[in-house]
Design a protein around this ligand. Structure first.
Ligand code: GLU
Length: 467
């Protein structure tokens, strides 16, 4: 146990949906904090005003809620903290760690063009870095950090190890623009510091930013957080994730009917492992998760694995959790909610459904027989299975069922014996029976259906099919 309580965060930029990479980063941070009695915070990095619509923020909140990642306190808006960011820029200025730069865009572009023509570095070197304040004009200025130009900066990263950057590669980045707005590089550090973040677990696309962000920590004399830059998720083909790989938003997966618990399990295994364990729940993940188990190589999406885990999770869920999961699936897929009657019917059929479905839509498809009302619709194959021969078989069978004890053993005995004495294969009897009970030729077993439907409904459906 560390001395200071762990505080982690997820800091997504609102882009209109929650990318699965963001979801996985959120999960890692959540597991790390919650597994250690720490805090997990949410900060919406909404400084890009054009993209940061209320809908885009809502998409993140929806993704977090569906995935079951609860955070401490309210979501923090980075944009709303802009005055504080500016205050820190001025504090850096006062400390001599930053300076006012009066260069105009035209001058900066001219500098770059000259550098390009001379084949030198295009990193902007402002003439105002060491200028005497007495020479400052009365004009708009940006605040730039005074980055070291010699030596090296070492990013101590608990996943990547020590990563060394030559300081000659660092520019005097702007922390406060001439219009008074903070840059991302400043805002992220100020927010992490003020929010007491102790561990920053994020995608390794931010690794280079860490070197620049360290300048702000150093200027303010703030302690660095522990950095863990995790490899990105790649597609099945090993390539960087892009739209070509299909659905990348977490809510798309919700709309496909995977339970959130399976998604957590699957995402946890993308780039992290605990021995050979594949199927696990939150309690184990919270107990096992540690940064040391994070892999250095990019993780690959594996839809087959997700399907398998999903089936295992559905089988392990209790009825209430499955109903809640179906509610989440319907909401994500934009379908109407289940009725009370459907819920009761689903529960009555649950024992024969949940061991056999990999997703909620698959479970609902298997549950179709119990959700439909008479007169039941039949597909073409079911219609074809009902003919004059099956008519005879079904009416004959009815007489055997009328007074039977309604238990699996007895029903199995009756049907097997009936098929035997009629000299027919069991399938010849089962096909019209399925068509009668389910309106389909593929369905759960005839015994499961008869037991779930009960005698009265079973006989009514058979009667309906023999008219
Ligand atoms: N807002 C950044 C992003 O969405 C994350 C920044 C961070 O985690 O430091 O990629």
């Amino acid at each position: 146990m560390p001395d200071t309580p762990v505080v982690t965060r997820i800091a997504p930029s609102p882009t209109g949906y929650m990318h699965i990479g963001t979801a996985r980063t959120a999960l890692f941070n959540w597991l790390y904090a919650r597994g250690r009695g720490g805090k997990f915070l949410l900060r919406i990095e909404d400084t890009d005003r054009a993209r940061s619509t209320p809908e885009a923020t809502q998409a993140i909140l929806d993704g977090m809620a569906w995935l079951g990642l609860d955070y401490d306190g309210a979501a923090v808006s980075q944009f709303e903290r802009r005055d504080r960011h500016a205050e820190v820029a001025y504090a850096m200025l006062a400390a001599g760690a930053a300076y006012k730069c009066f260069a105009t865009q035209v001058e900066i572009e001219a500098f770059r063009e000259k550098a390009r023509a001379e084949g030198g570095s295009t990193l902007y070197r402002s003439p105002w870095r060491d200028a005497d304040p007495a020479t400052h004009p009365d004009a708009p200025f940006a605040i730039r950090v005074k980055a070291p130009r010699e030596g090296e900066t070492v990013i101590r990263d608990v996943v990547q190890g020590d990563v060394t950057i030559r300081n000659s590669e660092l520019d005097d980045m702007i922390v406060l623009r001439s219009d008074g707005t903070p840059t991302y590089m400043l805002a992220v550090v100020v927010d992490d510091h003020d929010m007491g973040v102790t561990h920053v677990i994020r995608g390794d696309d931010h690794l280079n930013n860490a070197a620049r962000q360290m300048l702000v920590y150093a200027a303010m004399g703030w302690p660095l957080p522990v950095w863990a830059h995790i490899p990105l998720i790649h597609g099945e083909d090993g390539k960087k994730l892009s739209k070509r790989h299909g659905a990348l938003g977490i809510m798309d997966w919700a709309a496909q009917g995977y339970p959130a618990s399976a998604m957590r399990n699957y995402l946890a295994r993308l780039g992290w492992s605990h021995g050979d364990d594949e199927f696990f729940g939150d309690a184990e993940a919270l107990d096992w998760f540690d940064i040391t188990g994070i892999k250095k190589a990019p993780a690959r999406l594996d839809p087959k694995k997700l399907e398998k885990l999903s089936g295992q999770h559905i089988a392990a869920m209790d009825d209430a959790a499955i109903l809640a999961g179906i509610d989440g699936y319907f909401a994500a897929a934009g379908k109407p909610a289940t009725t009370e009657q459907d819920r009761a019917r689903l529960i009555s059929a649950m024992p024969c459904l949940k061991d056999r479905a990999k997703t909620f839509p698959e479970l609902l498809e298997k549950a179709r027989f119990v959700l439909i009302d008479r007169p039941i619709g039949r597909d073409e194959k079911a219609k074809a299975a009902l003919n004059s021969v099956s008519n005879g078989i079904l009416s004959e069978l009815t007489s055997h069922l009328q007074n039977a004890t309604w238990s699996r053993n007895v029903l199995e005995g009756i049907l097997t014996e009936f098929a035997d004495t009629q000299g027919m294969k069991f399938g010849t009897l089962a096909a019209p029976l399925r068509a009668a009970l389910a309106g389909r030729t593929t369905s759960p077993s005839v015994y499961d259906m008869m037991l779930v439907l009960g005698r009265e409904e079973t006989l009514s459906r058979i009667g309906e099919a023999t008219v």
